[in-house]
Design a protein around this ligand. Structure first.
Ligand SMILES: [Zn+2]
Length: 145
């Protein structure tokens, strides 16, 4: 665990998070500064600085949970599509140096999506409202290996 890493603190239960899903290797949670409603993250519980540092056996869980949570975000937020991405390095706008996959719902009605719009911290009410929309769509059958 890295001392000042917010995702390590969340993994250790020392910092609150709006969790969508958790297993022994990964956690899915709402981004606290969403660029769109339903913007979620999937992180490894162990500290790896970025995607290309993650061992192959951990990538499987990261990818599989990203798929399942991606489906739930798309359905729960009634989105037309989702954007899954991860930033590697400061030059790629990585801010937290603990691997995380972004899941961002996209709607055809809102084509003027901008990466650089001001990001406000999500309120507890908004977070709970969104969690209640996403969680029912988590398909438990997909979690079986
Ligand atoms: Zn960390």
């Amino acid at each position: 665990m890295s001392q000042d890493c917010v995702f390590c603190k969340i993994s250790a239960g020392k910092e609150h998070a709006y969790k969508i899903f958790e297993n022994e290797k990964v956690i899915a949670l709402l981004d606290r500064f969403p660029i769109a409603p339903g913007h979620s993250l999937v992180i490894t519980k162990k500290h790896y600085p970025d995607f290309i540092s993650v061992p192959d056996e951990e990538l499987f869980d990261l990818a599989r949970v990203s798929k399942i949570v991606g489906l739930a975000v798309k359905s729960g937020m009634n989105a037309d599509g989702i954007r899954l991405f991860t930033n590697v390095g400061m030059a790629a706008s990585q801010v937290i140096f603990h691997v995380h996959i972004h899941i961002v719902p996209m709607w055809e009605k809102e084509p003027n999506f901008t990466w650089f719009r001001r990001r406000a911290e999500i309120t507890p009410n908004a977070a709970n409202y969104i969690l209640n929309k996403i969680k029912p769509y988590l398909n438990e059958t997909l979690f079986r290996p």
